[in-house]
Design a protein around this ligand. Structure first.
Ligand SMILES: NC(=O)c1ccc[n+]([C@@H]2O[C@H](COP(=O)([O-])OP(=O)(O)OC[C@H]3O[C@@H](n4cnc5c(N)ncnc54)[C@H](O)[C@@H]3O)[C@@H](O)[C@H]2O)c1
Length: 285
């Protein structure tokens, strides 16, 4: 008797060929489950929140910005929770709210801030060296905040029953191409994003036994409010776009969200860092 695929097709039949070309892809179920998006009120996080909701997930928008977060939550039939990712108890609030909506299957860490300052000043004074409190703040939000959300959300996921694909959840964090090609003035930002890249594999290893996958996206130049708003910001972004290898433009939040969704739902994606950047390699400045 011929061996059969899960679909019931004989392995050596045309049916088997059709199965390969149409895609025998295992995807984590997300419809009816809950998902948390930190930084979900704006930019990439908002794109991800919309994409998850379109797949039927109940999305918790966890952000500092109440007005934008509330408006988005209403639009996607989700929930806004006021969260500063440097406050553990507020992350716990978001998880508790998510668990009321369904099993927690997805966490996306998109909360983040940028900063630009050179390591030393021009006048040779210690006082004009990089502001150490700011360095700590960028690490606290971008790196420690992401890890805090991961350790707590993964704990909640680990208590759940696995999906039909044998998974309990999936996590995606936002790094940056600055993790690899940090520019002048990006010591703090690059350190925070490099930390996210560096912890991806060990966390994926830690969480494998619990059936939780962990991936990271490193965006290039994406058109979000992080560059400010208004005519000057638009002109700046148009100039930036020319430096992208191809296409010569900034990426859209939806293009990033598409990759995040693939990493969350494709059951074979684990422990990976994916650049989504139009091929750009950032120069020193
Ligand atoms: N836009 C880009 O070109 C780009 C490139 C590389 C990486 N990234 C990263 O992608 C992520 C999203 O960036 P974006 O461009 O969408 O920016 P954005 O400013 O549009 O969104 C970031 C969101 O994070 C929230 N946030 C900031 N600090 C927070 C805190 N302490 N607690 C909770 N929420 C907080 C903000 O309120 C905001 O809503 C960030 O981590 C950023 O570093 C962006």
């Amino acid at each position: 008797m011929l061996a059969r695929h899960e679909s019931g097709c004989a392995a050596s039949s045309n049916c088997g060929v059709r199965e390969r070309t149409t895609g025998n892809i295992r995807r984590m179920e997300i419809a009816g489950a809950s998902a948390i998006v930190t930084g979900g009120a704006s930019g990439i996080g908002a794109g991800v929140a919309r994409a998850l909701a379109a797949k039927g997930a109940h999305v918790v928008v966890a952000d500092l910005q109440a007005e934008k977060g509330q408006a988005l939550a209403e639009e996607i039939d989700g929930v806004f929770v006021s969260v500063d990712v440097t406050r553990t108890e507020q992350i716990e609030d978001a998880i508790a709210r998510a668990l009321e909506l369904g099993p927690l299957r997805a966490l996306v860490n998109s909360a983040g801030i940028g900063w630009a300052q050179r390591t030393i000043g021009r006048d040779g004074e210690y006082s004009s060296a990089h502001d150490l409190a700011v360095f700590s703040k960028v690490i606290a939000i971008n790196l420690i905040g992401s890890f805090d959300a991961i350790r707590l959300a993964a704990t909640a996921m680990s208590r759940s029953e696995p999906t039909s694909t044998g998974e309990k959840g999936a996590i995606v964090s936002m790094a940056s191409v600055a993790a690899f090609d940090g520019q002048i003035g990006q010591a703090a930002y690059s350190a925070s994003k490099g930390g996210i890249v560096g912890m991806t594999l060990p966390i994926a290893r830690d969480l494998a036994a619990a059936g939780i996958r962990v991936n990271t996206v490193a965006p290039g130049l994406i058109d979000t409010p992080i560059y400010g708003e208004g005519d000057a910001a638009e002109a700046f972004k148009a100039k930036l776009g020319q430096s992208v290898l191809f296409p010569h433009r900034l990426g859209t939040p939806d293009e990033l969200a598409s990759m995040v969704l693939e990493l969350l739902l494709n059951s074979y994606m684990n422990a990976e860092v994916v650049r989504v950047d139009g091929g750009i390699r950032m120069p020193p400045k």
